[in-house]
Write a protein that binds this ligand. Structure first.
Ligand code: 6PG
Length: 462
């Protein structure tokens, strides 16, 4: 077997696509999977003579330092493979984990490998099967040395935007997987926003399939241009065998693999408010209560108003656009907070470059955010950045959409969450002084005053 530049361990959908992508750029790949079926399929598809039947064969086929790209299921399988691989590796060898691993696991694995001199890189890979095959967006973290050893391959096979690779080193430890996790949180939010707008149009406003499609097509030509709008249009056009829309035949129970939940848990730990992501996650969870929802639709008859939106294309398009911007804003706030707390010093310009193409949340909006040249810090969210004062023009549309959805009894929680986030940033005075008073009243927890320094306690019964 010829000497290979890199090994790909795991030949499922993502692994085999990534291996094919690497090979198509002229790099020799030692391909390995535990599954004989996956090995045989890869061999059949590619005709490669570098498909290995054992881990030892895979390692023997690699030039030094040996680089192994793991494309396996996140979680316990990664630890099991590391137990198998690490004793066989030498100092300086590189392991890349391209799965959706939890970032704290990646941080731990990075430290364990570092002690053995092994360079561990946790790398978030976005773009699905097609992205892996033709150019994903990749967010690397962990060993800088490992990144330097492999960047010539990674930046060649990644997507590009304006001639720049959408693949870079983002941060130490689990930082690469962290930003991929938040990317997925934003992905959840935007998917939910699109679904809510579509539902409001079809179920509440009773617009026809053609009318809805026409709105989406026109939005795609404007500020909402994005990969997720592009595939929404495909969904809105896809017919089932009987000529009806396929989407209407899909059961309304959504699944998930965990990255959205991790994003949410992490935001709670760090105290960052990301309501649109929360509502997107909760909608998926709640969708599982199909039986109870059916029952409730019979029992809980509500007083609802028939609502009318004068120019749905403009109003709902603007509401969706603002919802999307606020989803990015929430995600960036979370990353900024984590970056400060973990000493990652994440460069947002670089991150947005990486998200410019190849990833699921790529959009014209991100390009606009990049052009505005903002410097996001944990204290200053995107919506307060100077270049974003135009957001105010979109606010009436979001307010009208959410308001009318409430009157019509159609929950649009992600859009409402986005509006709540926006409105919180407009609140000079929050009602929490009342909470402070109550806390002091029942528990002597003390409060601060607006007119004097210090902490005060009052005997509220006197
Ligand atoms: C990507 C996607 C990818 C995967 C999601 C799906 O960036 O390519 O985010 O990683 O599609 O993890 O997640 P759910 O199954 O949780 O929706």
């Amino acid at each position: 077997m010829k000497t290979c530049d890199i090994a790909v361990y795991g030949l499922g959908v993502m692994g085999s696509s990534l291996a094919k992508n690497i090979m198509s750029h002229g790099f020799a790949v030692a391909a390995y999977s535990k599954s004989p079926e996956e090995r045989a399929r890869f061999q059949r598809d590619t005709g490669a003579d570098t498909v290995c039947t054992t881990v030892d064969e895979m390692l023997e086929g690699l030039q030094s330092p040996r680089c192994i790209f793991l494309m396996i299921t996140a979680g316990r399988p990664v630890d099991m493979v590391l137990e198998e691989l690490c004793p066989r590796l030498r100092p300086g060898d590189v392991i890349l984990d391209g799965g959706n691993s939890f970032y704290r696991d990646t941080g731990r694995r990075y430290e364990e490998c570092r002690k053995q001199g092994i360079c561990y890189v946790g790398i978030g890979v976005s773009g699905g099967e097609k992205g892996a095959l033709y150019g994903p967006s990749m967010m690397a973290g962990g060993s800088l040395e490992g990144w330097k050893q492999t960047r010539h391959i990674l930046q060649t096979i990644s997507a590009h935007a304006d001639g720049k690779p959408c693949c870079d080193y983002i941060a130490a430890g689990g930082g690469g997987h962290y930003v991929k996790m938040v990317h997925n949180g934003i992905e959840y939010a935007i998917l939910q926003l699109i679904a809510e707008i579509w539902y409001f149009m079809s179920s509440t406003l009773e617009m026809s399939g053609e009318e809805i499609l026409s709105c989406f097509q026109s939005w795609k030509k404007g500020g909402l241009d994005s990969y997720l709008m592009e595939i929404s249009i495909q969904v809105l056009q896809k017919k089932d065998k009987d000529g009806s829309l396929l989407v209407d035949k899909i059961l309304d129970v959504a699944e998930q693999k965990g990255t959205g939940k991790w994003t949410m848990q992490d935001s709670l730990e760090r105290g960052v408010y990301i309501p649109t992501i929360y509502e997107a996650l909760s909608a998926r969870n709640f969708s599982g209560k199909k039986r109870l929802r059916m029952q409730g639709s019979e029992q809980l008859q509500a007083t609802v108003q028939k609502v009318f939106v004068e120019n749905p294309e403009e109003t709902l398009g603007n509401a969706l656009l603002l919802g999307m911007i606020l989803s990015y804003s929430q995600g960036f706030e979370l990353i900024a907070k984590a970056s400060a707390e973990e000493n990652w010093a994440i460069d947002f310009g670089r991150l947005i470059d990486v998200w410019s193409n190849g990833c699921i949340i790529r959009s014209r909006l991100l390009a606009k955010i990049r052009q505005t040249g903002i410097l996001i810090s944990a204290d200053e969210p995107l919506l307060l950045e100077q270049g974003f004062s135009w957001l105010k023009e979109l606010e009436p549309a979001l307010r009208e959409t959410v308001g009318k959805s409430v009157l019509s009894g159609t929950p649009l929680p992600a859009l409402a969450g986005a509006l709540g986030y926006y409105d919180y940033y407009r609140m000079k005075q929050m009602p929490v002084n009342f909470i402070q008073a109550l806390r002091d009243c029942f528990g002597a927890h003390t409060y601060q005053r607006t007119d004097r320094e210090g902490h005060f306690h009052t005997n509220w019964e006197e």
